[in-house]
Design a protein around this ligand. Sequence first.
Ligand SMILES: *Cc1c(COP(=O)(O)O)cnc(C)c1O
Length: 441
Amino acid sequence: MHELARGVTLSIAENRSSELYAEALKVLVGGVNSPVRAMRSVGRTPIFIDHGRGAEIFDVDGNGYVDYVCSWGPLIHGHANPEVLAAVVDAASKGMSFGAPTAGEVALAEEVAGRMSSVQMLRMTSSGTEATMTAVRLARAATGREKIIKFIGAYHGHVDGLLAQAGSGLATQAIPSSPGVPTAAAASTVLVPWNDSRALIEATTAHEPAAILAEAIPANMGLVPARPGFVELLRERADATGALLILDEVISGFRVARGGAQDLLGVDADLTVMGKVIGGGLPAGAVGGRAELMQLLAPVGEVYQAGTLSGNPLAVAAGLATLRLLDENAYARLEQITERLAAGLRRAAGDYPVQVVCKPGLLTVFFSESPVEDLSSAQSCDLDAYASWCRGLYARGVYAPPSQFEAWFPSLALTSEQLELTLNSAATVFEELRRQREVAR
Ligand SMILES: *Cc1c(COP(=O)(O)O)cnc(C)c1O
């Protein structure tokens, strides 16, 4: 395929992406298989990808982009990493799936248990959603209780009872935030605003929860880390009320540190939900915890959970190869890359009012005058400005997440040149936004 120069105008209606999108709209709902891919919140149509290499992706029209989505997190080594690819090809050549145990699953479980001190045993799944479902079921079985404390703005997959954010007031009974979710399913979810200690204490006191479920480093309302002491409070309140602490590390696990956010923050979960990086780009998830808790699951215990493709040999091979490349040196490098990117984006913004938040391997540029600490402050960002900035970045060869509420996922494949291109493009687009603001005044 002929690769055009970067920055080719994407607004041309007659390109291959828009043709494919028109075809897709007839046979796939909204033209996509997961809603955010449709790019509606940044006011454009999706870019169809042809291939990726390292930190770059190429669309079907031959435009190249530095990729900061990286499949929403799994591709911490970038695209088509040679070692990960070789592991997958080798596994595939031996057969795709057996529905019987393989050595790779044992090796991956050992690798994860060696990284996370709170995890002795695992059950693998095909997605993060399934892993969350399993963790919640386990917590209910272990405690004999039903209520789950969930934080507003946290995402744990499209589990019925967890698709509830729109409660009224603090710590109220949740109402479903998607049609099709039974009221009964959402009724056992108790919502608490993130970073709100008082609401957490009240909710845990009032409700006898089976579990407190939290993203250890929330990244689904943009990146909104805990205030100092808040993650410790989760542990304390779980212990004080006989609830389990479930930390959802689908994003943070194996990204922010060798042992995930628990390693970084020094807090242990009772159950840990994993996904994304653990599958290295193939469908995989897992739930892990202490042996006595995990062994409530069938076939040892009575809590039923199963999956035709769970522990799939290709996914396990991709996950294991991905994790084996992630040594302390890799984490130090990813932290450096992220900090360079964050500092550069702050410089590029100049006096334009944004908040650049980062953790190793994660970053968000909030279009906000003041710090973002929960969903409601995230929702008060200037979403139109983010959308314009994002469209401007696409036109200049930078593939940023097409939503203010999603994190950037810088990869270890990023080169200095790609970082420089990113920062130059960002500065140019900020300058355009600044001029538009002046004209509007
Ligand atoms: C992506 C995500 C999930 C869901 O994982 P899927 O593999 O998409 O089902 C769960 N929790 C968090 C924090 C996530 O970011």
